[in-house]
Design a protein around this ligand. Sequence first.
Ligand code: SF4
Length: 421
Amino acid sequence: MTNRKDSAERVDHFTRNLLSWNEIDPARELPWVSETDPYRIWVSEIMLQQTRAITVIPYYRRFIETLPDVESLANASSDQVLSLWSGLGYYTRARNLQRAAKQILDIHGGVMPSSFRNILALPGIGKSTAGAICALAFGLRKPILDGNAKRAYSRFHCVDEFSASARERKLWELADLHTPEQDCRKYTQRIMDLGATICLPRNPLCHLCPVASKCCARAADRQDELPVKKRKVVRKFKSINMLIALAEDGQVLLERRSDQGIWGGLWSLPEYSGELDDIENWLEGNFHVRASSQGSWSPIRHELTHLSLVITPMLLEVRQVHDEFENHSHFRFVSIDQELDHGIPVPVSTIFGRISELRQKEFTCWRSFLIVSASGFGQCKIRSSPHQHYWKNYDKNREMHCARRGAASVALSTCTGRTWG
Ligand code: SF4
């Protein structure tokens, strides 16, 4: 009985203190805080899943500016939606967001539903997100249990059940107990703020915390061990080759990936996993593009939740594009300079950045320069442009180590009319 009374007092203390907490960092001016538009709240909640607020801000602004309501999202092309999401990761979220917008248009006349049941029925919306939309947009009393709330409740109550499902059940019970009848909108915002600014994953700022005096983890010095950590996912390693098929006009071949798997629906460089000797045949057989292989660049590392990728960009010089190419709407050549109207994976954007860096504006024959670079010759000291001076200060010994020096010299001489090396 005493325990139950004590527990009720602590719950009451937590909720009351959180509601009267006025020390929120004024710098934390997030564009969705104080928002009451259900569409905007929904977009921000989906973006904030698995992503830090600071990362989300520019994406959120761009998304809302371009697609300001349910109707514009439902009617946008999937390429446009993925392009706005490009770089945020977890692209299923973007695809579900658009599927849900289409459902809202079809079933609810374009108006975001206001009942918990109808919101929960939309694709990509779980119990906590539905609760947050109900509370923040409609002021309904619905508990939430996002990562921030989970951390704060776990620590405040020392929730350390061994089984993940028992822990989840316990945390939902607590979330329900804590959520007040009145001021639910304010409480929901505050519990998210507490986790995001004070009860941080590492080094929580307990001295600033409005509920510190009754916090179990703080009293027992257990902040570091709570919430109970999930078993660490062991990332697998995978090596892939990405082909940069470069046309004479500087455009690069991209293909639209299938909706399933990583980077689903994004436009990416063709991925090749066969024998290196067979790249040219493979490209011609699959993409109807004849090209000659020119070497590779140093690999790029890219980390995904379950996968550690080592990506080797391989450069090919396009010689001919066969007529059959036009029959495939999921292949295209794009200029890396123009603003893309579709999403690309982060490593592809990194590779485009490398190409841009290597490209010298005053160097008209830049494709040859890229080939030189891929051949290893570009590793030599390249000091200045225009191209006549590229080799001005190069290190003779280093040059000897450039594996494909001969090919590089030929490529450059076709461009400059001079003999190199
Ligand atoms: S006292 Fe520390 S551990 Fe407890 S809720 Fe506050 S910030 Fe988190």
